[in-house]
Design a protein around this ligand. Structure first.
Ligand code: NAP
Length: 259
């Protein structure tokens, strides 16, 4: 399917690895020029080079912390006007409710709620002026069904979801859509590090920890960054203009809910 977005420009945050990279690759495959970001310059440069070589699109890289005000300013200055925004950042650490104080919540809200909101606040007006835009926020399945150990993430991402639900309906009349893509367990560095934690706590191998988690997913495997990226690219396509303010699960059926 021709996604109809060749020649557009996208800012894909936190995209040197994992799900962000999957989104960047899928958009590049559709002919979209990219502004990519991550904190570590080395992996970012390597990923950008691989994408340029594979897809022949223009890729600008900015090594900066997207959750910090100065980092975000640097990224936005390099991005200029973009047609597509994919927000992403690392997730907060796991724990139990009694671990978390005000500072922990402020940090999580900054990273996973206020950062995507700040990016939208900056970039939506230009999309509205041009009467076309796409925003996809990478959130989590924990928005639909809480993951108790990820209380900081549950709280911050649900806040973002509430903001998107209202804002998406305010900007849709200008040809701009905002949707959230909710990953379940995907085979990225983050999943491997979570498997490592389970293995350590339960005295089992990482392979056993992975097999245990895979057994909880109806498709019996982890998702891939490529699958996730393809869903993101579709939401950014010309075909998705009637999909507004949705929270779309990519979780292999793991969230046990009727709707
Ligand atoms: P990942 O494989 O660890 O990749 C994270 C990417 O984001 C890397 O490129 C990393 O590069 C970059 N990054 C992290 N923090 C950043 C920051 N502050 N500023 C700029 N770049 C940053 O993680 P992932 O699995 O793709 O997860 C992406 C998001 O989806 C996370 O919020 C995660 O909580 C959420 N999620 C993931 C899963 C899953 O199963 N994978 C499930 C549910 C939700 P640098 O480290 O160099 O900055």
């Amino acid at each position: 399917m021709d996604l109809g977005i060749a020649g557009r420009k996208a800012l894909v945050c936190a995209s040197s690895k994992g799900l962000g990279r999957g989104c960047a690759e899928a958009l590049a495959a559709a002919g979209v020029d990219l502004v990519m970001n991550a904190r570590g310059a080395e992996a970012l440069t390597e990923t950008a080079e691989a994408i340029r070589a594979a897809h022949g699109v223009t890729v600008t890289t900015v090594a900066a912390d997207i959750t910090a005000e100065d980092g975000r300013a640097e990224v936005l200055a390099a991005a200029g006007d973009v047609d597509i925004l994919v927000t992403n950042a690392g997730g907060p650490p796991p724990g139990v409710w009694s671990d978390w104080g005000r500072e922990d919540f402020i940090k999580a809200l900054d990273a996973n709620m206020l950062t995507p909101i700040a990016l939208m606040t900056e970039l939506l007006p230009k999309m509205i002026d041009r009467r076309w835009g796409r925003v996809v926020n990478i959130t989590s399945q924990s928005v639909k069904a809480p993951i108790p150990a990820l209380g900081l993430s549950n709280a911050a991402r649900t806040g973002l979801t509430g903001y998107v639900a209202g804002t998406a309906r305010q900007v849709a009349q200008h040809g701009v859509t905002i949707n959230n893509l909710l990953p379940g367990i995907h085979a990225t560095d983050r999943a491997v590090s979570l498997d490592g934690g389970v293995a350590e706590r339960e005295g089992i191998t990482i392979d056993e920890a992975r097999a245990k988690r895979e057994a909880t997913i109806p498709v019996r495997r982890y998702g891939t960054a490529e699958e996730f990226g393809a869903a993101c690219a579709f939401l950014c396509s010309v075909h998705a203009g009637f999909i507004v303010a949705q929270n779309i699960l990519a979780d292999g059926g793991a969230t046990n809910a009727t709707i």
